[in-house]
Design a protein around this ligand. Structure first.
Ligand code: T4K
Length: 401
């Protein structure tokens, strides 16, 4: 255990970990089951184009989302594009500034215009009042984001979209298995999109899924994700290639087998972080609503430099030297990043404030209770004399090499 700041690896002490502990380690499930599924795929010689494993994966995801239709995709970014295309969205799309670049990119890439709105300063979730303020005659859709394993305020957003005749979509990349008022993510708005990227709670290497209860929208999306082909192999729509492969589905199904166990492991990890960081000045673990279900895939801590004496980015540097990869999900907020930044950027206050403060800490099946205690030991040591650590980091950076 490190006792003084001289023991920190960033100042020459031994690293707290021999092997990297990181956010985003894949939850791959049982390797033998994956290999046996892959053997089946290879023997079957059916690799893509809505094969049997993709169909099985779609059925499983639709069940988790509590909807009738699921179209598996090659990733969530094209899944969002597909959702917007299939729903016939035009013009401006309102979305939170506090999200991953994929959300605005999905709109921009297909010629739509992202319009960023603010989020709740505590939950980080899209603020429906600010959405309302930004609706114009050019608005075509709202994309809510279920951030960090929490579901957006869907009842207000769905009502708002309905009252203004807008398409309502959700970026549910973080929210597989999460609920709001006991209803699962995936069952709200016109359609929702999950991600099964390597870093997500369920992975299919790369992958996504559009889920909806709207049969016509699902049919258009299914056709559009396969070059717009329809009945008899005729092209019916503009289309793309957004299909999931059988290899991805084999991984997706295997990862899904472990899903409940992973969520429970993540829940215990989250609880331990809460215990370890309780009362630590300037560090606030982002709490989750215990009445709801979450996948606990994101352990988010806000760093308030007014109390720690050291800012979030310096803390990430200190952790990196200890072999701990923590990530500023998401910074900068989208309206301040290229290509969305403007000459005189508007203020989107809560998103900016959160984006400057939050850091995601490692969790997942590979992160043990002992790992968490060690990470939190480092954090407590750093913020106990944060100003001193920050000064030394600055001096080390400015020292002639
Ligand atoms: N909407 C939202 C709100 C999202 O967060 C995302 C994706 C999307 C939409 C789009 O979903 P997809 O189109 O990807 O399906 C990562 C992911 O690339 C991205 O999928 C994810 N969000 C975003 C939050 O995080 P990076 O740049 O942080 O990834 P990277 O490569 O630095 O990985 C993070 C850590 O994960 C590494 O330090 C180590 C670990 N890792 C990563 C990979 C890829 C592994 O251990 N194994 C791996 O294979 O963006």
């Amino acid at each position: 255990m490190k006792r003084t700041i001289d023991d920190l690896a960033v100042f020459g002490g031994p690293a707290a970990f021999l092997n990297t502990v990181t956010v985003g380690r894949p939850s791959m499930g049982d390797r033998e089951r994956f290999e046996s599924r892959m053997a089946w795929v290879l023997n079957n010689e059916w690799l893509t184009n809505s094969g049997p494993l993709v169909s099985e994966f779609e059925t499983a995801v639709a069940e988790i989302a509590g909807v009738r239709h699921c179209v598996a995709t090659s990733n969530a970014t094209v899944g969002l594009q597909l959702a917007m295309h299939a729903a016939g969205v035009r013009g401006e799309v309102i979305m939170p500034a506090m999200t991953f670049a994929a959300t605005p990119h999905a709109a921009s890439w297909i010629g739509l215009e992202p319009v960023f709105c603010d989020v709740d300063p505590v939950t980080g979730l899209i603020d429906p009042d600010d959405v309302k303020r930004r609706i114009t005659e050019r608005t075509g859709a709202v994309v809510g984001v279920h951030l960090w394993g929490q579901v957006a305020p869907v009842e207000e957003l769905d009502r708002l979209a309905h009252d203004h005749g807008l398409v309502m979509l959700y970026d549910a990349a973080h929210a597989l298995g999460c609920t709001r008022d006991d209803r699962p993510a995936g069952s709200f708005g016109d359609a929702e999109v999950f991600s099964f990227h390597a870093t997500k709670v369920v992975t299919s290497f790369e992958g996504g899924a559009l889920v909806t209860d709207d049969a016509a929208l699902a049919a258009r999306a299914r056709s559009m994700h396969n070059f717009g082909l329809g009945q008899g192999g005729r092209v019916e729509h503009v289309g793309t290639n957004a299909k999931m492969s059988e290899a991805s589905a084999a991984m997706g199904l295997t990862s899904l087998d472990a899903f409940a166990e992973v969520c429970e492991h993540n829940r215990r990890n989250h609880e331990l972080y809460a215990e370890e960081l309780r009362g630590v000045k300037g560090l606030r673990l982002h709490e989750l609503d215990l009445e709801e279900r979450s996948n606990y895939q994101y352990v988010i801590v806000s760093v308030d430099p007014a109390h720690t004496g050291i800012d979030r980015d310096e803390i990430i540097r200190v952790l990196a030297a200890e072999q701990v990869v923590a990530k500023p999900y998401f910074s900068p907020p989208c309206h301040l990043m290229e290509p969305y930044r403007t000459e005189t950027p508007q203020r989107i206050e809560s998103a900016e404030w959160l984006a400057a403060q939050v850091v995601a800490l490692p969790t997942g099946p590979g992160v043990s209770a002992e790992d968490i205690r060690r990470i939190c030991d480092v954090l407590r040591l750093v913020v106990a004399d944060g100003e001193h650590v920050a000064r030394r980091l600055t001096a080390a950076r400015n020292a002639p090499s």
